[in-house]
Design a protein around this ligand. Structure first.
Ligand code: KG4
Ligand code: ZN
Length: 355
């Protein structure tokens, strides 16, 4: 079955053609990062306007690249939530319109459930049962996945998502948006043990996460350095930065150590909790997806920890980690083939959860 998938939940306009939930014939992603960069984050109005401007072209490109015509498509899927309401509406409406005009089966897809199956697209096989870590800018969730549509949420962040923590700390440092890749870039040359930062909830018995304490610790640490400098005292490596202003002047010599220490604090918690979840559920496989799963330190440390515990690890390929329509079409196949359909009055659901 050839499925056309559409994804516009946040700041990526994407369309993909996937055969039988496995074979990605095309996965076109138009990123809006440059559009939002000057604002340090996604501006919803700009995002939806841009989705509207490019959606037809992106869909046409995905068909072209796949070497198929609309006549060949046998099912249509679009993200219906969670995400930005005005962004979701663009892709969802485009998908419904195509399905209606072509009399094709249509299904609305939960973006988080699509992240969950994205590692399977890389491996071209299922890894069930497994424990899956979804770690992105909006979510940090641990899931026990038994089969498509059969999963239990084991834990999630109580405050900031891991990607959000990367983005916020990068903003404090005056680095670019999105913050994850920026911090990773500097962290490569740094000492991860240079600065002691908290590992929120790492040793708690539950499987929830909390990153707001880490963010606050970073803020206080930077401020302390700044005030030390304002008194022209000890550190001497930071410029004076009043509370609330951007701590953009971290000395370039300290930036790598700082970024490496911050990254390590996040990675250690993600790895520790994921392995704890796998052991608690007695599964032999772990899968990982979402934008933060692009992070090499996370990938490497998860691989080492899983090896130690004899757990098979499957991390989605980098292109499938960040938002893309391939994962939407991939999941849609599994739903459509069991006869599941969404009604044409399906609305965008900005707060949709992973049930
Ligand atoms: O999955 P995604 O594209 O969008 C959401 O659904 O949120 O994830 C984007 C998030 C951003 O917070 C970004 O900073 C983070 O993923 N990210 C990274 C890296 N690449 C992207 N975080 C850490 N290291 C990276 N290399
Ligand atoms: Zn996402």
């Amino acid at each position: 079955m050839l499925v056309l998938g559409i994804e516009t939940s946040c700041d990526e306009t994407s369309a993909a053609v996937v055969r039988d939930g496995r074979e990605i014939l095309s996965n076109v992603v138009a990123s809006q990062i440059a559009l939002h960069r000057p604002y340090g984050g996604v501006v919803p109005e700009l995002a939806s306007r841009h989705h509207l401007e490019v959606i037809d072209t992106i869909i046409a490109e995905s068909l072209n690249e796949a070497g198929v015509r609309l006549d060949d498509i046998e099912g249509v899927a679009a993200t219906c939530g969670p995400g930005l309401a005005s962004s979701l509406l663009i892709g969802l409406t485009a998908g419904k319109a195509i399905a209606l005009a072509r009399n094709l089966p249509f299904i609305g897809i939960n973006h988080l459930e699509a992240h969950l199956v994205s590692p399977w697209l890389s491996a071209r096989r299922n890894f069930e049962p497994n424990v899956s870590l979804i770690v992105s800018g909006g979510h940090t969730i641990l899931v026990h996945a038994r089969a498509v549509g059969d999963h239990t949420v084991l834990g999630q962040t109580l405050d900031d998502a891991a990607g959000e923590a990367f983005d916020k700390v990068a903003k404090l440092l005056g680095l670019g948006y999105p913050g994850g890749p920026e911090i990773e870039k500097y962290a490569r040359d740094g000492n991860a043990n240079a600065i002691s930062l908290p590992r929120g909830k790492l040793h708690d018995p539950d499987l929830d996460f909390s990153f707001s304490g880490l963010k606050t610790a970073v803020l206080y640490w930077l401020r302390k350095q700044s005030s030390a400098e304002s008194g022209e005292s000890s550190a001497g490596n930071f410029r004076v930065l009043p509370a609330g202003s951007r701590l953009s002047a971290l000395d370039s010599r300290l930036l790598p150590d700082f970024c490496a220490s911050f990254q390590q604090a996040v990675v250690e918690v993600l790895v520790g909790k994921t392995v704890a979840a796998a052991r608690a559920c007695r599964v032999r496989a772990v899968t990982v997806s979402g934008g933060v799963a692009c992070n090499t330190a996370l990938r490497d440390q998860l691989a080492a920890a899983c090896q130690r515990h004899h757990i098979e690890l499957l991390v989605a390929g980098r292109k499938l980690c960040t938002d893309n329509a391939g994962m939407i079409a991939g999941l849609a196949f599994h739903k459509l083939r069991t006869g599941l359909r969404s009604p044409m009055d399906l609305d965008a659901q900005p707060n949709l959860r992973l049930a």
